[in-house]
Design a protein around this ligand. Sequence first.
Ligand SMILES: Cc1cc2nc3c(=O)[nH]c(=O)nc-3n(C[C@H](O)[C@H](O)[C@H](O)COP(=O)(O)OP(=O)(O)OC[C@H]3O[C@@H](n4cnc5c(N)ncnc54)[C@H](O)[C@@H]3O)c2cc1C
Length: 441
Amino acid sequence: MNAYKHVVYWHDTEPVTLGEPLRESVECDVCIVGGGFTGLWTAYFLKEAEPALDIRVVEANHSGYGASGRADGFVTPTIGKDIQALVKEFGLQRALDASKAVGRSILEIGRFARRNRVDVEYEANDYLMVATDAAQLKRLEHDRDLAERMGAAQPEILSRQDSQDIVGSPAVLASMRTGGALVNPFKLARGIARVVRDKGVTIYDKSPCLRVEPGVRPTVVTAGGRVRADKVVLATNVHMDAFPPFRNKVVPIWTYAMVSEPLTDEQLSRVAWAGREGLVEAKSLLTCARFTHDNRLMFAGGPAPYYYGRDKRQRNMNRPEVYRAIRQEFLRFFPMWGDIEFTYAYGGTADVVRDYAPHFGTLNGGNILYGYGYCGNGIAATHTGGKVLRDLALGKETDYSRLLFVDDERRKPPASFPPEPALYVGARAVARLMDWKESRA
Ligand SMILES: Cc1cc2nc3c(=O)[nH]c(=O)nc-3n(C[C@H](O)[C@H](O)[C@H](O)COP(=O)(O)OP(=O)(O)OC[C@H]3O[C@@H](n4cnc5c(N)ncnc54)[C@H](O)[C@@H]3O)c2cc1C
């Protein structure tokens, strides 16, 4: 029996010294609730635009504790569920504008890290979308056709042999190379937090926001103190449901990963994978794999359960049935690595909304802002989202404030999910339906 460490692997790559909690009543220009990528990039871009702004971040735990510090580290242009769904919902032009903005974010994250000397283990290796059956091959073809219509440089579907020369998995039947990078997401979150602190932003750790009192200047209330601000930005991802306007708008879907010990040279030599591309299976409940900086293998994805009552508790990291399913998938892709032991086995929650694409906007006459709903694809999209929130906070009409992310006269806030028990029954049915539809696509 393997005794897995139910600890987020990335959390072991950089120690955390907790900052001070909020212990007083203060006033500032902008108070951001949540120190993940959304909140931190918003602070960063606001400070870049207006260095004199007094910005405070109120974080329940510490920066990077949430999804941002436990993501698998695939920095991709994907917005929400996938590009097919995005074009269907918003039309080609708006999907294209948003995809280009998020595509730029992939490069800008690398530039940010270099400029600020933050070692985020950035590897500009692209990723390889792979098909392992006929339905997935069809999906690759659809994606290729759509990319062509969107004006991308002739994307090519590679043959079985060419694909296996890139990643030597016998399960791969075809593949398509797509632009993207890999990072250590925890080091990225901790790094942005350091950079914004150096720019004068105050981050209060261990200070969960209990409520926001609306008003001409809204107030963020914690157990230890209060922050009254001109603008409040809510950036709490799956925890948006703690705030009344978002109570039924977002559902936490669990997603899991396993990480091995560093592979030996002999183990590495068994599988062709010289380019270290991120590997992503072309389906919704996808499987993905990558190397970490020190040559551990991460294998992730597979089951994406919803637990009754919006259960986000950390004890859900201990789910042997999920890890059995992931290990089985791993062996399907890499039977030659049967001796690899995974030591880390953990998970986190992705914020799924009814229309599968992120939402940004304003409430209360414009002084309460929000951004959430990445549906498990948020590393690059949160960077773009930070610019959207910057422009909404500064009241500027720009290309970012017009992106499809924004709830405005063209886009409504997401529809609500039903309460329990209908939510649980519905979530299970949707997962089954998705699997069934994709196997027949
Ligand atoms: C396991 C997993 C793997 C993923 N892999 C990828 C990937 O490979 N590529 C990709 O693009 N995306 C991935 N994602 C999605 C991506 O991580 C998220 O979309 C992104 O990090 C969201 O950032 P965020 O700042 O909105 O949320 P978070 O990082 O969750 O930040 C929200 C913060 O708010 C804090 N908070 C919550 N409630 C309160 C409160 N009441 N008061 C104060 N603070 C509060 C939390 O502690 C947290 O730090 C993955 C997600 C998960 C869960």
